[in-house]
Design a protein around this ligand. Structure first.
Ligand code: NAP
Length: 243
């Protein structure tokens, strides 16, 4: 039996946990950063909270006799990936493919949030498709910015300036995103190149409406083996089941 530590927080991690949980060759321990109060139940033993850097992760791996480390965190979770990459056991990073620029996309490539904020015009009406912890660069920006949140944000957590507007809702299809963009008269989209299907509606909406997209590029990938899909990660685990 191989004991797998699965660094979670993505749909990819959910798919991997689902596939391995009833496979007698594996015992899976999943780990969440603890950012959300009600994370998805993965059906396996699950811990929450940081490990305490690379050394803390190493200690956990030793204490729990982990054989395989599968890092299925978000493409922008650079610290966790780097801590995982520092481990000496067999490990794999699952990083979904980025979105590719389409012929009619008007992407402005930005290395980070500060660059995107600098390049956003003062008279813009921008949709910030960013997590709440990534809004600081737009605080007190002259542009008006909109942030979407699944839950209402009564205390405007993360974006408190007068230039911030909050929308309650979830990512939608390209038709739904187009309708939102038109209703709010957005002139720009600011987002990270997270990849995946669920967030792609906004990219298509910006394309349809010919809007510029301030696209924040990914951090450099970690050293080590990388696959793009849960199926590839499951194959990797199966290949290591008997080693
Ligand atoms: P990060 O900057 O790489 O992580 C910051 C710290 O949080 C890490 O150094 C680690 O603390 C802890 N951490 C992160 N992921 C963890 C995990 N799965 N289990 C235990 N501790 C974890 O990452 P982030 O951008 O804050 O993202 C945090 C989590 O949210 C990730 O697991 C990621 O998959 C998920 N998520 C992030 C995004 C995003 O946009 N960044 C989107 C969707 C989901 P220690 O150093 O103390 O171990």
């Amino acid at each position: 039996m191989k004991r797998v530590l699965l660094l979670a927080g993505t749909g990819e991690a959910r798919a991997i946990a689902r596939a391995l949980k009833d496979d007698g060759r594996f015992e899976v321990i999943a780990s969440y950063a603890g950012a959300t109060s009600t994370p998805a139940d993965l059906g396996v033993e699950t811990r929450r909270g940081g490990f305490g850097g690379a050394a803390g992760l190493e200690g956990f791996i030793e204490d729990r006799s982990i054989d395989l480390l599968v890092d299925a965190t978000h493409p922008f979770a650079a610290r966790m990936k780097s801590n995982a990459a520092a481990q000496k056991i067999e490990r794999l990073h699952v990083i979904r493919r980025p979105w590719n620029r389409h012929l009619h996309d008007r992407w402005i490539s930005c290395t980070d949030l500060d660059t995107a904020a600098r390049r956003l015009p003062a008279d813009a009406r921008a949709f910030l498709a960013l997590g709440h912890r990534h809004l600081a660069a737009f605080q007190d920006h002259k542009a008006s910015v909109w942030v979407r949140s699944i839950e209402p944000q009564p205390d405007h957590e993360g974006g408190r300036g007068d230039n911030f507007h909050w929308i309650t809702g979830s990512p939608g299809s390209s038709d739904e995103e187009t309708a939102l963009f038109q209703a709010c008269r957005f002139t720009h989209l600011v987002c990270r190149n997270s990849g995946g299907d669920s967030g792609y509606g906004k990219i298509e909406a910006a394309r349809r409406l010919n809007l510029p997209v301030l696209m924040i590029e990914r951090p450099p990938p970690p050293a080590g083996s990388i696959v793009a899909t849960p199926a590839q990660a499951i194959d990797w685990c199966l290949r290591h089941a008997g080693t």
